[in-house]
Design a protein around this ligand. Structure first.
Ligand SMILES: [Zn+2]
Ligand SMILES: [Zn+2]
Length: 918
């Protein structure tokens, strides 16, 4: 085989797609189940803005609140890091290794294999399959600098046994580098990292005196590739570590970095994960290779942000003003601004995103499925940004000038927030521009203003006031309730599907974020019970309300208006104590508001019917993109590129109503995810599912709807009652929204509308069905009367105009007058008439429109040639009416506030002319 052919084959096996697959194949061959990446929107984890590592998908297994049907699993996970603790955004584009979106490869063991296999397989894959040189790899293990936790000699010995591993390449590090914990308490354990020595030429700190290249050092020579975490302890207090009965393995391998090493390029951006996008941008910009290299930062930012935005939109995160949607908006706008730096002034990101979809669509099919939504959303958002960016930046320049002139160094937070609120300049872009001008931004001030405007930028509204501290309180509460045996290992027994009420002991009371033993009438509390019938907001369905009261007589009662799950396994009911005092340990009876719940169930089942109806009427491209199931209405967002016609809306509404009248049965079955999906069950946009799923099918022999869903439903469609669509509109590019009513809300709306019709019919003295014809007739009559009135007014105005007497000043004819009913067009027409018939003339006419004064001033051509300007005239005489104006030399217009002062304004004309001509 010739050399060129072998290196071509080598290139193919080292493509990023082949490498990703070889990782999954390697672990599949070793008994691992391969699962798809979870959504970038972490389902069920309210403490996270985005999925930021591979283990998020399995957090519940490590915490002991969830389980999986497999014990070995591997995947490649989509991750985002843009805000909070891991804010890499500033570095993105400016160096070779930071990204907003990235992929993390991982393999896990849940109480199955342990250190021996985890280390052995990592070594085998890196050196045996991917041929990394053994003498360039280093391993680190844990040694506690505080001497409290045993050294991980077990891992160290396993490393020394690996074929070809150099014993001097084994190093020990302390808690910061080699001990992993999720929180102050809970599962934790030592980890072992694998680092690669890329060679002295990669050191970027050579010129710093005293610098030594080393593992966990501060230069780019040693690269951390893979982290193997061994979860072997449970921490119940800062000093108390208990060995776990089942030990777990959790590993993470940064994919972008791995590909740069295996493709032997000096930067992640030079790998085939980024080069196709960079080349596409180069084509669009029309740059030579040299031009590209001298402006590489914008190229990198655009490639990174376009990739992130495409993945976000595919997971349903469209641009918006709060939380995750703000991040989507910010990333698109930032990429657009960097495009401007290389001459891309028209929307271009959809083009780049098509390359992302092409390159990543096989590994992540959601990109292909949502291709239209991705490109349309990008272009629409760029368009929206372009409309305001110039004004925004010119205001920012003014602001920077002011700060410079006052010798300041920081832009005030409130003013920069105004730039966002008014001109759509996100903080991150303002900060970029400020830094280019040697200034900083008061970010705390910006966030404070944002908070005031209810546009909190951190975790979205799902969190409803839960802060990281209160989440910790709940985490600690859950683990102590389990340790004390008051709750089973899987936490609070959650059953919103059975009875409407449940009895149990009050396990905990939370007041103002703190645990208390007793609370009194008038106070707001959170209540934890061993089991609950209350539904917790999820899948669009809102939480139940109801009450919790003493089970022994009526000594106390709490009105519950919200139910939340702040941490997996803990349900907390929030509400106000309406009577008595409640203590921990007392027996309680919890009951939901059943009538409200029934309304919610009608709306939830109707949402499934609506989804099926839309797919039947509009086509299979329709997919759910979000929903709200409340007691008084339902809202359904779906992918569809244009507004629905009147006829389509009618057909969808009729389809749902027919399905209701057919009184179909609902069948709810739990089954494996794979089976459900292969039978055609609809999984939802941006949702994540466990291995076993709950399926809802509607229909008799032939089902008409089949969805994965955890919500509560009616048993037969007949009880939904009337279904009424009240609005259809757009929420984002490619996404439409329908709002609809069922049951009691639909009935009362229908009743209200019918009674207005009855009332109108009575007023008109006709039958309700004759209303459309009569209204049409009345409108036609009104139009003809209006036309007649306008004609009469114009005649009146003309009569007044003709009675006006021209006067003369220094040989110039001038005319002024007030024509109260004339509009601007008529005033101009009359002014022209006078100006064209008098060679040296000026005319000023005024009227009052909607109570506001209006002035038109015109000069003949001769007057303009003599240097007079109608704009100056109108500006001068508008002063008494408290207005201003302007226009062309021969014709100008002014408006104002004070119509009474029009005579004074017109009096100024003569003296102005005298002044100018004299
Ligand atoms: Zn170095
Ligand atoms: Zn549902």
């Amino acid at each position: 085989m010739s050399k060129t052919r072998s290196s071509k084959r080598d290139q193919e096996t080292r493509s990023s797609a082949a490498l990703r697959q070889s990782f999954l194949d390697f672990f599949k061959a070793r008994g691992h189940t391969i699962v798809p990446s979870m959504s970038l929107v972490p389902g069920g984890d309210q403490t996270l803005l985005f999925t930021n590592s591979g283990m998020v998908q399995f957090k519940d297994v490590f915490l002991g609140t969830g389980s999986r049907p497999y014990t070995r699993v591997a995947d490649s996970q989509k991750c985002m890091r843009v805000a909070g603790k891991h804010n890499d955004l500033d570095d993105v584009g400016r160096d070779d290794i930071h990204h907003t979106f990235f992929e993390m490869l991982g393999n896990w063991s849940f109480g199955d294999y342990y250190k021996e296999e985890a280390i052995g397989w990592a070594w085998e894959l890196l050196t045996g399959v991917w041929d990394l040189p053994k003498d360039k790899l280093w391993a680190t293990c844990f040694e506690d600098e505080q001497g409290q936790i045993p050294r991980d000699d077990e891992a160290a010995e396993i490393w020394l046994k690996q074929p070809g591993f150099l014993p001097e390449h084994l190093l020990f590090f302390g808690r910061k580098d080699n001990f992993w914990e999720m929180a102050d308490t809970g599962p934790c354990g030592p980890d072992s990292e694998i680092h690669l020595d890329r060679g002295p030429e990669f050191c970027d700190k050579n010129d710093i005196p005293g610098h030594v290249c080393q593992v966990n050092g501060d230069c780019q020579r040693y690269l951390e590739l893979w982290n193997l975490v061994f979860i072997q302890y449970n921490r119940s207090s800062p000093t108390d570590l208990q060995p776990l009965p089942a030990k777990h393995v959790d590993t993470g391998l940064g994919f972008d970095r791995l590909v740069s090493v295996l493709q032997d390029v000096p930067s992640n951006y030079r790998t085939d994960l980024f080069m196709p996008m960079i080349k596409r941008v180069q084509e669009l910009a029309g740059h030579s290779d040299e031009e590209r290299e001298t402006q590489i930062t914008p190229y990198r930012v655009i490639a990174d942000h376009a990739r992130a935005a495409a993945f976000l939109i595919a997971d349903g995160v469209v641009p918006g003003n709060i939380g995750r949607n703000y991040v989507s908006r910010m990333i698109i706008r930032r990429a657009s601004r960097f495009g401007g730096m290389i001459g891309l002034n028209e929307p271009f990101l959809a083009d780049v995103a098509l390359t992302v979809i092409e390159e990543y669509g096989d590994a992540y099919p959601e990109l292909k499925r949502n291709s239209n939504a991705i490109t349309e959303t990008l272009t629409e958002e760029e368009d929206r940004f372009h409309r305001t960016i110039d004004t925004g930046i010119s205001h920012l320049n003014d602001l920077m000038e002011r700060v410079h002139s006052e010798n300041g160094s920081t832009l005030p937070g409130e003013a920069t927030f105004e730039l966002y609120a008014t001109f759509g300049l996100p903080l991150e872009i303002t900060r970029d521009i400020a830094r280019e001008n040697g200034l900083e931004v008061d970010e705390a001030g910006f966030l404070g203003s944002m908070e005031e405007h209810r546009l909190a930028s951190s975790v979205g509204d799902s969190l409803k006031g839960l802060t990281e501290e209160t989440v910790e309180v709940y985490q600690d509460l859950l683990s102590s309730l389990k340790t004390e045996g008051k709750l089973p290992l899987d936490g609070v027994q959650y059953d919103p599907y059975g009875a409407d009420a449940a009895e149990g002991t009050v396990l905990a009371l939370i007041r103002e974020g703190k645990l208390v033993n007793q609370a009194d009438a008038g106070e707001r509390v959170g209540v934890v019970l061993p089991s609950t019938p209350f539904y917790v907001e999820s899948g669009g369905q809102v939480s139940d309300t109801g009450d919790i009261r003493s089970a022994n007589g009526d000594s106390w009662a709490i009105e519950i208006n919200d139910t939340q799950q702040p941490v997996s396994g803990l349900v907390v009911h929030f509400g106000k104590i309406t009577s008595g005092s409640v203590r921990v340990g007392e027996s309680a009876l919890a009951a939901i508001n059943s009538a409200r719940r029934f309304d919610i169930m009608r709306n939830h089942t109707a949402t499934h019917l609506l989804h099926a109806a839309l797919r039947t009427v509009l086509g299979d491209h329709v997919r759910q993109a979000g929903s709200l199931v409340a007691p008084d209405r339902l809202r359904f967002d779906f992918t569809h590129s244009h507004a629905m016609s009147e006829d389509e809306i009618t057909r969808v509404e009729a389809w749902v109503n027919e399905a209701i009248l057919a009184n179909f049965k609902l069948t709810i079955v739990h089954k494996p995810l794979k089976a459900a999906v292969s039978e055609g069950a609809m999984a939802l946009f941006g949702e994540t599912y466990g291995e076993t799923v709950r399926t809802i099918s509607i229909g008799n022999e032939d089902r008409i709807s089949y969805e994965l869903c955890g919500g509560t439903h009616v048993e037969e469609t007949g009880v939904i009652g009337p279904f009424l669509i009240v609005s259809e509109g757009s929420v984002a590019a490619g996404i439409r929204r329908i709002e609809a009513l069922t049951g009691r809300a639909a009935l009362s709306t229908i009743h209200d509308r019918l009674s207005s019709l009855e009332m109108i019919a009575r007023q008109l003295g006709i039958a309700p069905l004759d209303i459309p014809g009569r209204v049409e007739q009345l409108l036609a009559e009104r139009d003809s009367l209006t036309r007649e009135l306008t004609r009469n007014r114009k005649d009146e105005t003309l009569k007044t105009f003709e009675q006006l007497e021209p006067r003369e000043v220094v040989g110039v004819q001038f005319l002024t007058g007030i024509l109260p009913d004339a509009d601007a067009e008529l005033l101009r027409e009359l002014a022209d008439r006078f100006r064209n018939t008098h060679e040296e003339s000026a005319i000023v006419l005024a009227s009052v429109q909607d109570g506001k004064p209006l002035i038109i001033a015109a000069l003949s051509e001769k007057m303009v040639q003599r240097g007079l300007h109608a704009g100056e005239l109108v500006k001068h005489i508008a002063q008494p009416i408290g207005g201003s104006g302007g226009g062309k030399p021969n014709l100008a217009q002014a408006g104002g506030k004070n119509a009474e002062a029009l005579p004074q304004a017109l009096d100024l004309v003569e003296s102005w002319l005298q002044d100018r001509l004299g």
